[in-house]
Design a protein around this ligand. Sequence first.
Ligand code: PBG
Length: 340
Amino acid sequence: MALSAPADAVETIGVPYMAFPTNRMRRLRTNETMRRLVRETTVSPDDLVYPLFVRPGRLLKEPVASMAGCYHFSPDTIAHEAAEVAALGIPAVLLFGLPAKKDELGSETWAPDGVVQTAIHQIRDVCPDLLIITDVCLCAYTETGHCGFVKDGRIDNDRSCDLLAKMAVSHARAGADIVAPSDMMDGRIGVIRQALDADGFHETAIMSYAAKYASAFYGPFRDAAESSPTFGDRRTYQMDPANSDEAMREIALDVEEGADIVMVKPALCFLDVVYRARQQFDLPLAAYFVSGEYMMIHAAARAGLLDLDQAMMESLTALKRAGADILITYFAKDAAKRFR
Ligand code: PBG
């Protein structure tokens, strides 16, 4: 028998609701067990990716000054860290390399004994099942600090794509499971896909930083990765934070070119973009909770203004609620520890 709503019932999506006092929303909030039962969104260790910084050396574990709880590791120590990450149930790490030396082309990006390639081997020895994702970008490796190859003061888009493809193939050869281009050059996903396939790496996945904005929230990371541009800024390749229609076009192009996972970055200021991407695309969607967002919460907690753990979980939950499947975050270990 169908319920017939009284004249004053509130209608939502075809379901008739009785208004107060019949209906009391607080009934389902009475205790944590009840709240668990009706919770719509949960964060699990399965959702998390932990970014790690690696630089040349031995027995290195140096705190990153700009990022609380983060370290510069050498390839030997990063393997131990990765084992800890895997033991927490986190499926993947995302590697950022700081090369021994920078040059015009960023040639260490494709060196078989480069810092990331070496770290991949060392991690793989210790953690056979951990997914290794590598950031593919030139900014930490070039003298200019730009994400692409610079010629006469301008970013040469197509030449950059070739260099990025070389980098991606080199990471795949070292054993990366997923390559993640963060450079925002046009067409690089297609060029990288072709290069991987030509080298036999049909199964190496591409996680595209598809909608990456020119954001103020990358500040702490650029100190950590020593990747600040030495002139100008990144606004000729990264997106204008004012645009979200354009983000859908960026994502559509990367999907067409062969991206397996697409990303929106940063996360907290771009929840609407995450939500739109979720509505429009059906492949796995990642959100990158970037360094400035992470440190904003740390700084506020340190100042006694909010509870670090609660702010962390609320933020991560917001990303999932908006539609992200994969959360890339410096909080990954802290969040995963809550499940122990
Ligand atoms: C490199 C890159 C950046 C980040 C990830 N990859 C910095 C940038 O674009 O300047 C930022 C990550 C973070 O802030 O946590 N292209």
